[in-house]
Ligand binder design. Structure first.
Ligand SMILES: [Zn+2]
Length: 323
């Protein structure tokens, strides 16, 4: 497998590692005024550095909520501690993927480091009204907002006016993501005031991913009312990038789950590529051809870097312009 240039360095968290709560890596600031309880999280995957940089910079800049509260969380510190630029995928997690453990049974079980850590983070996620979870991707590609299947989050992605592509998907077969945890996974009519977005900022090692993480933080904190646009302009200068010229919703209709680590793509595939014809073979799943199910099918995040039985290697999506 080709090796991708890794330009982003691991941030030295220094004094920001401790947090100011009883949970390492978690910072909580309360304005003392009414307003949304907002949480921004990073390092759910230990090798996804752009979000950690953005949080560190928010702390360095002394950003504080002007209404409601703000929680900043460096999530999988144990995996992050193992980060090695020459083997960066190895620090995605220590025992298992932290972003698949967000169901009460798994959180209560505490049988792995990720479940224990997710269990410690869960009260903070639970008490947030709005959640922005910063991630990055195995492969180079345009940033993606993962909005889940509920309309309220798609509407928020539209209000934020970036990025260009918003993925509407139900997550993964092998577990529940933090952004779908508890109330965030409930229907709009039951949870009209909560929002959660996961941002895939770009390739793990690209400095451009940090630009996206900063941009999304600035947009999210202003939209939430945590800070005003003018104070964001002062404390986060040049973080906000130009709005996307348009926004596409990508409705994920299905995921290809690898049967084994022998899954491979039978052609060059690019993230967000639109495959014109239904029935085009794009992969081989342990001997079984993988075909696109309909015309103009979008390939969302194709990657074999983590391929093994039960892992999603590509998602198929229909696209629709957001207006
Ligand atoms: Zn991630």
């Amino acid at each position: 497998m080709s090796k991708l240039a890794f330009a982003l360095t691991a941030p030295e968290l220094g004094r920001w590692r401790a947090g100011n709560t009883d949970t390492e890596g978690v910072w909580h600031f309360d304005s003392g005024l009414p307003g949304r309880k907002v949480m921004v999280s990073a390092l759910v995957h230990g090798n996804e550095l752009c979000g950690a940089w953005a949080l560190k910079e928010l702390l360095d800049a002394g950003v504080r909520p002007e209404s409601g509260s703000l929680t900043l969380a460096f999530c999988n510190l144990e995996a992050f501690d193992r980060f090695d630029v020459d083997d960066h995928d190895a620090s995605r997690f220590t025992d298992e993927d932290m972003n698949r453990q967000w169901i009460p049974e798994r959180l209560a079980e505490a049988s792995t480091r990720e479940r224990r850590r997710a269990g410690a983070l869960a009260p903070f996620v639970n008490s947030a009204d709005w959640l922005l979870d910063l991630h990055s991707m195995h492969e180079p590609g345009l940033p993606l907002c993962l909005a889940g299947t509920h309309r309220r989050n798609l509407d928020l992605a539209r209000q934020l006016r970036a990025p260009l592509h918003v993925v509407v998907d139900a997550g993964h077969q092998d577990g529940v993501r933090m952004r779908d945890f508890g109330k965030f996974g409930m229907p709009d009519e039951d949870q009209p005031d909560t929002r959660s977005l996961l941002i895939e900022c770009g390739f793990h090692g690209a400095t451009a991913s940090l630009d996206v993480a900063r941009d999304q933080c600035a947009r999210f904190l202003v939209e939430a009312g945590t800070v005003t646009a003018s104070s964001a302009h002062r404390s986060m200068p040049r973080w906000k990038q130009p709005d996307a010229i348009e926004q596409w919703a990508l409705y994920v209709t299905g995921a290809v789950v690898a049967k084994s680590e022998r899954f491979f793509f039978t052609r060059q595939v690019d993230g967000l590529e639109v495959i014109a014809l239904a029935g085009t073979v794009v992969g081989d799943n342990d001997g079984e051809p993988v075909q696109t199910p309909y015309d103009d099918c979008v390939l969302v995040m194709p990657s074999t870097r983590q391929a093994r039985a039960g892992v999603t290697v590509v998602r198929f999506a229909r696209r629709e312009l957001l207006v």
